[in-house]
Ligand binder design. Structure first.
Ligand code: ASP
Length: 305
């Protein structure tokens, strides 16, 4: 059944926007991109996707995004993109207009301008006021540590990504992931979100998966590709997401740290969905199908499971 799923409460806007596009016969990737872009454009409900997001330690807002088409395995990505409002749309142009998959920093900006994306000022008063109050530039560049480095100042209030997965009327899958990454990240830090196989992976022959949460832990286990490969091997989307969370938990145990907040969501080639998160991630996602959108709470996988 045509279905669209999207991360976090702001995923409702993505799912509503994308569902309308699926209903009129649009391809899965078009629907997912329209949904993701609606969240990028909305500066009221979040501080971690698109303009108005919280900046890095030195006060610069850089955006990361990727897209993937499950029919052809075509994909594109950008990271560290500044002053361009729609990173997911730029990622799609990378996919369509270049022989490459991934452009970063100044190169990604140069490409976006060549493609006609306007140069814009991305900062809202609210985001910069918060940055000034917390004054992260005064913190040491690398968090102090005893044992493995941990990101002590990262909690559920200063990250979140919109990841949108869609299954269209023809049965094809498409996905988009877009974020500003972790608030007050070190300049140059890139998380899982723009990395094909980490923040997103889509293959019509196996399923689609996306991630949100502390990107370092998602990259460490090759998160979204892992979920898709579990579905290829016969697991349901729910089982596959839970297995990925177990991997995250096990990886944390091997480093002697508590598992970070991470969540996965997935769609199989028939449009069945599932999601799971590590403890205290409090992950909810929007599910759009049959003309309506509802919010679903993901199952938590505790460290010992
Ligand atoms: N995964 C994103 C990152 O690490 C952040 C998030 O989804 O909360 O950049």
């Amino acid at each position: 059944m045509p279905t669209i799923i999207a991360t976090w409460p702001f995923g409702r806007l993505a799912a509503e926007t994308g569902l309308a596009r699926i209903a009129r016969g649009d391809a899965a990737l078009d629907a997912a991109l329209a949904g993701a872009q609606a969240v990028e454009d909305d500066t009221t409900s979040r501080t971690s996707v698109g303009f108005g997001s919280l900046p890095d330690r030195i006060g610069r807002l850089t955006l990361d995004a990727c897209v993937m088409d499950g029919r052809t395995l075509s994909c594109g990505a950008v990271a560290g993109l500044e002053h361009v409002r729609h990173p997911a749309a730029v990622a799609r142009r990378v996919m369509e207009k270049t022989p490459h998959v991934f452009l970063v920093g100044e190169g990604a900006k140069w490409f976006a301008l060549q493609e006609g994306f306007p140069l814009e000022y991305p900062y809202t008063v609210a985001a910069m006021r918060e940055w000034e109050e917390k004054n992260p530039a005064r913190r040491p560049p690398v968090p102090k540590k005893d044992g493995p480095a941990q990101m002590a100042d990262i909690d559920e209030h200063n990250h979140d990504t919109v990841t949108v997965l869609a299954h269209d009327q023809k049965g094809n899958l498409g996905g988009v992931c877009t974020t500003s990454g972790l608030a007050y990240k070190l300049p140059g830090r890139v998380g899982d979100s723009p990395i094909i196989g980490a923040g997103l992976y889509v293959d019509d022959q196996a399923g689609a998966a996306g991630a949100t949460g502390v990107g370092e832990e998602i990259i460490r286990i090759g998160g979204s590709l892992f979920v898709v490969e579990q579905m290829r091997a016969g697991k349901t989307p729910q089982e596959a997401c839970e297995l990925a969370c177990r991997r995250v938990n096990a990886a944390a145990a091997r480093r002697g740290v508590h598992p970070a907040q991470v969540a996965f969501l997935a769609l199989d080639p028939r449009g069945n969905h599932g999601a799971a998160c590590t403890q205290r991630a409090n992950f909810v996602y929007a599910v759009g199908r049959d003309g309506r959108v509802e919010m679903v709470r993901a199952r938590e996988v505790p460290p010992t499971a």
